[in-house]
Design a protein around this ligand. Structure first.
Ligand SMILES: [Zn+2]
Length: 357
């Protein structure tokens, strides 16, 4: 599949920028969330769109293991927006025994079938092409932020070998690894060809203190080729999302809306309501006053959701999921507008501070 990806930066404010990604006649206004996780298996494409979702992410490994010919996922899932894929190599690494981690791929027993599989970087490229991905990512050997220096070095060296063996592909993001070590991050970056579309900044996880995440991402962003896309996969909270956008990330791969919904939480402003608590049993208010999400616009009350959660009816979680998705995407849209107006820094600093939940 031939494709052409362009990233146009429209406005800049300090490290932040707002822009437009165009690929295969599909668009993302950045900064943006790339939606992953349970929202994609729970909601229809129309619901995702109504909640402001612009791009979704899937792991190629999940499809490759099943060996069926799925064809283009835009057709299969009826998804009209941008499709981002990752190789899923981190999962393969987790399943592999140490001797399965080879120079030319990863060998592991499939937990579903018990079959021994060998997943290679070429398999990952082929699968992502088959799936019709608009933005792709190659094999990554990631190392935990707190991993020993030797592991961080080994990850950077392995990624460099894979990048060298990988053809230049349009829409490709290259991994920047190295934990908190500037020297390893530099070595990782030096191995990335100038032809890549953008960078995936690995190893920025919620167990790293927020001040260190900000320091690290700011440092890495400062080393990158400025016109290229900056992508961050992370399971952080709303404060982290905002802090990372302040640090100049364009695309954040996140399942925050789904994780909060699973825990019975509704995001309201930058706070959260625990809807399973008894105090909501009699509340006829919507989740958030004036919210335009499908749940609040339909007049679903806090009491109704409390009741649905208490009786374990799945629609309760769906209502929360739609509200949370809408809330996050609307906040990110507001951030885009603030960047355009040159007012994002002052507005966002206070939201980026974590508060006690
Ligand atoms: Zn709502």
């Amino acid at each position: 599949m031939s494709k052409k990806l362009t990233f146009q930066i429209n406005h800049r404010e300090q490290s932040m920028r707002s822009g437009t990604v165009t690929v295969n006649d599909r668009h993302i206004a950045t900064p943006a969330i790339v939606q992953t996780g349970s929202a994609l298996t729970t909601l229809t494409p129309v619901e995702l769109r109504n909640c402001g979702v612009q791009a979704v992410k899937q792991d190629a490994l999940d499809y490759w293991r099943l060996t069926d010919n799925f064809g283009d996922l835009h057709d299969l899932l009826a998804w009209p927006g941008v499709l981002v894929t990752a190789a899923g190599s981190e999962q393969a690494y987790r399943w592999a025994k140490p001797r399965g981690r080879k120079q030319d791929g990863v060998s592991f027993h499939d937990p579903a079938s018990g079959q021994l599989l060998f997943y290679t970087p070429q398999d990952a490229i082929n699968e992502q092409e088959h799936l019709g991905a608009d933005i792709t990512q190659g094999f990554v050997r990631d190392a935990d932020y707190f991993a020993p220096v030797d592991d961080l070095n080994a990850a950077a060296e392995q990624n460099a070998r894979w990048l060298a063996a990988r053809p230049a592909l349009a829409g490709d993001l290259a991994p920047v690894v190295g934990g908190g070590l500037l020297r390893v991050r530099r070595a990782s970056l030096a191995a990335i060809p100038t032809t890549v579309t953008g960078y995936s900044i690995m190893g920025v996880t919620p167990d790293v203190p927020m001040s260190e995440q900000v320091r690290l991402v700011t440092e890495v962003v400062g080393m990158l080729d400025a016109p290229k896309l900056r992508y961050l996969p992370t399971p952080g909270d709303l404060h982290q999302l905002i802090a990372m956008m302040l640090a100049g990330i364009d695309l954040i791969d996140s399942d925050l809306a789904g994780r909060e919904a699973t825990m019975g939480n509704a995001l309201v402003g930058t706070d959260r309501l625990h809807l399973d608590r008894e105090k909501f049993a009699d509340s006829d208010q919507p989740l958030a006053a004036g919210c335009g999400c499908p749940t609040c616009s339909a007049g679903i009350s806090r009491a109704a959701i409390h009741h649905l959660l208490a009786t374990a009816q799945p629609v309760g979680e769906r209502y929360l999921l739609m509200h949370n998705l809408f809330t996050i995407n609307r906040l990110v849209a507001q951030i885009r507008d603030m960047i355009t107006a040159g007012q994002a820094t002052a507005m966002l600093r206070k939201f980026a501070e974590p508060c006690d939940q």
